[in-house]
Design a binder for this molecule. Structure first.
Ligand code: PMP
Length: 353
C-alpha cells in the first residue's frame, strides 16, 4: 500500500478470487465454471467483421443485448441492466440501495461483505441454521435491505420461490437483491416476481450456466426505476462497461439453438452432480443437497485444508474456505463426468490413506 492511498480504503479486505493457475493443467473444480464451451452461435458471433468494429466504442445502451434478455425473460427492455459480470451489478446495487444497511448470511458469497465495507454500509450478518439453510423468518420485516444468493454459495442450498416472495413482500421499504448466479442448475427464479414488487432486484450471470465466465457478462432485472438507478451508477463510472464482443456474444447465447445447447449441457451437469453426490456419500462424505453447479462436501477423518492439499497434489483444484464452521468442507464445482470420476477416485484414495 502506498502512503498516498485514501485512509478510508486502508483497512479494506478485498475479495480473493479462486486460483486461475497457469503453471500446469489441473482438473479445475474451484471456481464454478461450466465444463463446456459456449454455444456454437456464441463462438460464431465473434468474426472478422466484429473484430474490425473494435475501432468503435461499444454501444453504451447495450440495446441489442437488453432486447434479447428482455424477450428471453418476458420483461421489458427497461427492466434489464447489463454489467461486466454480475459482480458489477451487485457492486452498483450496494452503492445504490443499502443506505439503511444490508443483511446477508454469515456463509454466502464473499463479495457482499467486501462491497459493504467499500461503501461503509452497516452489515447485519444473519447465521445460517445448523443445516446451513437460510431461515426465511430472519429476513422478514428488516430495518434495511438484504442480499440473498439463491441458490446460496458455497452451500448450494436453495430457498423456494414462495419464501423469497414472503421476504420481498415483508420489506416493501427496502430493496431485496436476489443473486441468481446458480439458478439454472435447479433453483426457481424470482424474475417473474419483479413485475409485482418494485423492491426486488434479481442479479444473474453468463458465467455459470452459459460457459462464459471469461466474457464477464452479467445482468440485473427489476422495476424500471431500480434499473435507472443502476444506469446512473454505470454512467457515473464506466458508460462502456461491456465491450462489443461481449455484447454480441451475450445476444448469441440466447438464440433458440443456443437455448437448446445450454439446456442439454445444464441437464448433463445436474446429472453428474447427482451421481457424484451419491458416490461421495457412499465413501462416507457428508454432501449437502445442491441446486447449483457445485457441491459442498465434508470428507471423513481429514480436515478441509488437508483434503484440499491432497487433491491439489493429484492435479485437482477445489475451493477451501478457512472460515470457522466450514473449514472442514470443500466446495467442489461439477465438471465433466470424467473430471468427476477422477475426483471421486482421488478422494477414495485420500480417505483410505
Ligand atoms: N454471485 C455469486 C453467488 C457467485 O458465486 C459469483 C461467482 N463468483 C458471482 C455472483 C459473480 O459472478 P460473475 O461476476 O462472474 O457474474
Amino acid at each position: 500500500m502506498s502512503r498516498f492511498l485514501a485512509k478510508k480504503y486502508r483497512t479494506l479486505d478485498a475479495y480473493v478470487p479462486g486460483e486461475q493457475p497457469r503453471d500446469k493443467r489441473y482438473i479445475k473444480l474451484n471456481t464454478n465454471e461450466f465444463p463446456y464451451p459456449p454455444a456454437p452461435d456464441v463462438i460464431a458471433a465473434v468474426n472478422a467483421d466484429v473484430l474490425s468494429d473494435l475501432r468503435l466504442y461499444s454501444d453504451p445502451t447495450a440495446k441489442a443485448l437488453k432486447d434479447a434478455l428482455a424477450s428471453y425473460y418476458g420483461v421489458g427492455t427497461e427492466n434489464v441492466f447489463v454489467s461486466n459480470g454480475s459482480d458489477e451489478s451487485l457492486n452498483f446495487a450496494f452503492a445504490c440501495f443499502f443506505e439503511d444497511g444490508v443483511a446477508f448470511a454469515d456463509l454466502t458469497y464473499g463479495f457482499y461483505s467486501v462491497f459493504a465495507d467499500l461503501y461503509g454500509i452497516d452489515a447485519k450478518i444473519i447465521p445460517l441454521d445448523e443445516d446451513f439453510s437460510i431461515v426465511p423468518e430472519d429476513y422478514l420485516g428488516l430495518d434495511r435491505g438484504a442480499v440473498i444468493a439463491n441458490p446460496n454459495a458455497p452451500t448450494g442450498k436453495a430457498l423456494p420461490l414462495s419464501e423469497i416472495e414472503r421476504i420481498v413482500a415483508s420489506n416493501p421499504e427496502h430493496v431485496i437483491v436476489v443473486d441468481e448466479a446458480y439458478v439454472d442448475f435447479g433453483g426457481e427464479s424470482a424474475i417473474p416476481l419483479t413485475k409485482k414488487y418494485d423492491n426486488l432486484l434479481v442479479c444473474a450471470t453468463y458465467s455459470k450456466s452459459r460457459g462464459m465466465a471469461g466474457a464477464r457478462l452479467g445482468y440485473a432485472i427489476g422495476n424500471a426505476e431500480l434499473i435507472t438507478d443502476l444506469e446512473l451508477m454505470k454512467y457515473s463510472t464506466n458508460p462502456y462497461n461491456l465491450d462489443s464482443l461481449a455484447l454480441r456474444m451475450g445476444a448469441a447465447a440466447l438464440t433458440d439453438s443456443s437455448k437448446a445447447y445450454y439446456a442439454e449441457k445444464v441437464s448433463e451437469v445436474i446429472k453428474v452432480r447427482e451421481e457424484t453426490s451419491e458416490k461421495l456419500a457412499a465413501l462416507g462424505a457428508t454432501v449437502l443437497p445442491s441446486k447449483a453447479n457445485f457441491i459442498f462436501v465434508k470428507i471423513p477423518d481429514i480436515s478441509g485444508g488437508e483434503a484440499y492439499k491432497k487433491l491439489r497434489d493429484r492435479g485437482i483444484l477445489v475451493r477451501h474456505f478457512s472460515k470457522e464452521r466450514i473449514s472442514d468442507y470443500l466446495r467442489i464445482s461439477i465438471g465433466t463426468a470424467s473430471d468427476m470420476e477422477a475426483l471421486v477416485n482421488a478422494l477414495a484414495e485420500i480417505i483410505k490413506e
